[in-house]
Ligand binder design. Structure first.
Ligand SMILES: Nc1ncnc2c1ncn2[C@@H]1O[C@H](COP(=O)(O)OP(=O)(O)OP(=O)(O)O)[C@@H](O)[C@H]1O
Ligand SMILES: [Mg+2]
Length: 263
């Protein structure tokens, strides 16, 4: 079977603002030569210190940003983030993304029902409005939100519930791959544990492949079967999550030693 996701020689650099009229801005490299294969059904955790390029890598893999060099393919097909919305629709159908901040990622003027239905409208899934509403009701129930949530606004919900809304929106169209960029980091410990459980059960039930960025080693140990450790834009260690029990690379060792132990 072809890999769900495959990255080959990925680079991403940014030109920072100019320093003067005759001096071009310096270039910062966020991702510096990443090759990565994600097998179907894998649960990959991406860890690394702040600024190591985790978010940039996940944006490249999710087709939200184009690489400066290198390629991403999904099931053997090239993902061209710079292409048109129509050209990317097949990839959007296969993927969902959850970000860190459940306050910033939900439009405060939209009702929850419309927020969660957005991918269905954009991807032209579900046919009629009634069919879409039924898919939305199902997914809200799946993430343990009350049925009347559809008519309410994001500000009426707690941080943990908002993250459930964001998760519902990410999976309403039954994607194959779910990306998360620190989706539990803004939540307190108890809520975080419940959201971890939700991710796990969704991955089980929907057969999702997970690609999850977290600075929290404990989250990755609970949820992932594979881990990639990043440092300065590169993957320095990659393998089964058990490698965190006996880290080889100094960067991994430092991350594991700095991690608070979860109860
Ligand atoms: N849009 C951008 N413009 C300029 N520099 C950027 C941009 N995005 C990322 N960078 C830089 O690239 C590097 C990697 O950033 P990235 O956000 O991917 O790291 P990260 O591992 O997700 O960090 P954190 O754990 O703090 O979220 C950093 O030095 C960052 O400042
Ligand atoms: Mg980040």
């Amino acid at each position: 079977m072809t890999d769900v996701l495959h990255a080959d020689g990925l680079h991403r650099s940014y030109r920072l603002p100019r320093r003067g009229p005759f001096e071009p801005g310096p270039v910062r490299t966020a991702v510096d030569g990443v090759d990565l294969t994600v097998a179907p059904g894998a649960r990959l955790g991406i860890v690394g210190e702040s600024g190591s390029g985790k978010s940039t890598l996940v944006r490249l893999l999710a087709g939200l940003e184009a690489p400066s060099a290198g390629t991403v393919t999904a099931s053997g097909r090239p993902v061209v983030a710079s292409g048109s919305a129509a050209a990317m629709r097949w990839f959007r159908r296969e993927t969902g993304v959850v970000f860190q901040d459940p306050y910033a990622s939900l439009d405060p003027r939209m009702r929850v029902g419309s927020i969660v239905a957005e991918p269905l409208r954009a991807l032209r899934i579900g046919g009629s409005a009634a069919a879409r509403a039924s898919l939305v009701r199902d997914v809200l129930e799946r993430v343990d939100l009350p049925a009347d949530a559809v008519d309410r606004y994001p500000h009426e919900f707690s941080g943990g519930q908002r993250q459930r809304i964001a998760i519902a929106r990410a999976v309403v169209h039954s994607p194959r791959i779910l990306f998360g960029d620190e989706p539990m980091s803004a939540l307190d410990v108890v809520v975080r544990a419940r959201v971890i459980d939700l991710f796990r059960s969704l991955a089980d039930d929907l057969g999702l492949t997970l690609v999850l960025v977290s600075h929290d080693i404990g989250v990755v140990q609970r949820l992932c079967d594979t881990v990639a450790v990043m440092s300065a834009g590169r993957i320095v260690e990659h393998g089964p999550v058990s490698l965190l029990d006996a880290p080889q690379h100094p960067v991994t060792r430092a991350l594991v030693e700095a991690a608070p132990t979860l109860p």
